[in-house]
Write a protein of this length. Structure first.
Length: 484
């Protein structure tokens, strides 16, 4: 179908202002939060309700036109990168909170609802939605489902997949599916978990039923400063080994501490090589006891200073600093490349040493900030895209970080998804037989490959060309990488 005919057909059921095709109107949609990859879509559509989304999918399916779904555009893996010959389907106008049920402790929302808006709507009932990505003031719940997002409190309360009950999903040809249940379980295969984190490749989510939990009676945050990153890494393991599951446990290294403190003045120790933020929440009695235990463990682990938030304002300010790490990086470097690998906690210190070696090798600074409790790393490689070859050097640096995560027994993503950024590393993470299963699942939902094509799951041909198909017959690939 020719572009002008597609536009005419789309305008037959969408308002003229909801179908964009001029270059100046398409420009804001050329990338997501990971701006290293850019591509103008052929057409952008902004439907206002589910029925219009159904019609968009039916039209594109009949015309065999690719469709890429987009939420708030805060993604960090190029997962919402447009297709040059496709339709970018923005779900931003599907932004209603349909209802909040305080008795069932659930909320039904559309995909364009902001993450934080759910907690704001639930607050009058003493409830909130637990997953809290750093971009929660802007990111949409539909995007959270697509990427299986987490946040600073994911250690205790889990990722998106642990906090949703039901999805309304549209297939590539516009058929409606209700996946999951408002009960504790549902019969059949766990399609809810399959759809969560599928990056818009299996269906389009138009409604989400989320779990809500009671706002804790009390929450306090411990900040512990260390003169050595390895000591901080060991402290993380010691807290978990003691049987404590903090509400959140985050680590930042020296370069990150300085960048954040200059940006937000959160009160971080500028003499520290690393700081840990460790939060306890629950009843007042539980928090008092747990905070004392955390203090003891931090002291025994070698912390040079330990402080505890004295009130809610101090607690929120300390967390605000952690959540401002990404914008703080934008103040100290023209560009930054955010990675998202996950490793077993016991390897934190070793992997950080490996990242430091790579930083020196490539001559690029790297800020390290991460969900220490579950080993989810977010190295921010600082670079200047205006310098010829520097982006390519940065991508290579990032690829080696992800390879270290794999070698440590971890994975190439914890919450940002694969998108375009990490598609090559999928060839190293998974064997040929595993990738074939991924392709079979994709084909079962989307036989023609029209939904978000070219993302997340590489072709076997691509992997063969890269020569990076895992470790076979005792032969170790990437032997030149830093080891620990």
């Amino acid at each position: 179908m020719a572009v002008h005919e597609l536009i005419q057909n789309l305008r037959s059921f969408l308002p003229a202002e909801a179908v964009l095709y001029e270059a100046e109107d398409l420009k804001p949609y050329e990338c997501d939060g990971l701006s290293a990859y850019r591509q103008l879509p052929m057409v952008v559509v902004l439907p206002e309700n589910e029925e219009q989304v159904v019609k968009v999918l039916q039209l594109c399916h009949a015309a065999q036109t690719p469709v890429v779904a987009r939420g708030a555009g805060t993604g960090l893996s190029g997962g919402a990168l447009p297709h040059a010959q496709g339709v970018l389907l923005s779900l931003a106008k599907l932004n209603r909170i349909i209802n909040v049920d305080p008795l069932a402790r659930t909320a039904r929302v559309q995909p364009g609802v902001r993450n934080l808006a759910i907690s704001e709507a639930a607050a009058p009932y003493g409830l909130y939605y637990a997953p809290d990505p750093s971009s929660q003031i802007a990111c949409s719940i539909g995007g959270n489902v697509a990427e299986n997002s987490g946040g600073v409190h994911c250690l205790k309360y889990g990722l998106t997949v642990h906090n949703i009950l039901k999805l309304r999903v549209l297939t590539v040809d516009g058929e409606r599916l209700d996946i999951g249940s408002e009960g504790l379980d549902s019969a059949g295969y766990d399609l809810l978990a399959l759809m969560t984190g599928s990056e818009g490749m299996l269906g389009i989510v138009t409604e989400i039923t989320v779990k809500l939990i009671p706002i804790p009676e009390k929450a306090q945050l411990v900040m512990a400063a260390f003169d050595d990153v390895q000591k901080a890494g060991n402290a993380v393991a010691n807290v978990i080994a003691a049987g404590i599951i903090p509400a959140g446990m985050e680590m930042m290294d020296k370069i990150t501490i300085h960048a954040v403190e200059e940006f937000l003045h959160a009160g971080y120790d500028l003499d520290a090589q690393a700081i840990l933020l460790c939060e306890s929440d629950g009843s007042a009695e539980e928090v008092v006891t747990e905070i004392q235990r955390i203090h003891d463990i931090m002291r025994q682990s070698g912390a040079i200073t330990i402080s505890t938030s004295r009130n809610e304002a101090e607690r929120l300010k300390l967390w605000a600093g952690r959540k401002a790490a990404f914008p703080a990086a934008g103040r100290v470097s023209p560009d930054y490349y955010c990675m998202d690998g996950t490793i077993p906690r016991k390897h934190l210190a070793d992997v950080l040493r490996g990242i430091e070696q790579l930083s020196q090798e490539y001559g690029l600074r790297c800020m390290n900030v991460f969900h220490a409790g579950d080993g989810n790393l977010h190295p921010l490689i600082l670079y200047d895209a205006n310098q010829p070859g520097e982006l390519e050097k940065t991508e290579e640096f990032g690829g080696k970080i992800l390879q270290m995560c794999i070698d440590a027994g971890g994975t190439i993503t914890g919450e940002h998804g694969v998108g375009m950024e990490k598609i090559n590393q999928m060839c190293s993470q998974f064997r040929t037989s595993e990738l074939e299963i991924f392709h079979a699942v994709k084909a079962a939902f989307d036989p023609a490959g029209l939904l978000n094509p070219g993302k997340a799951v590489p072709t076997l041909h691509r992997c063969a060309e890269l020569g990076a198909m895992h470790v076979h017959q005792g032969e170790e690939k990437f032997a030149e990488l830093p080891r620990f």
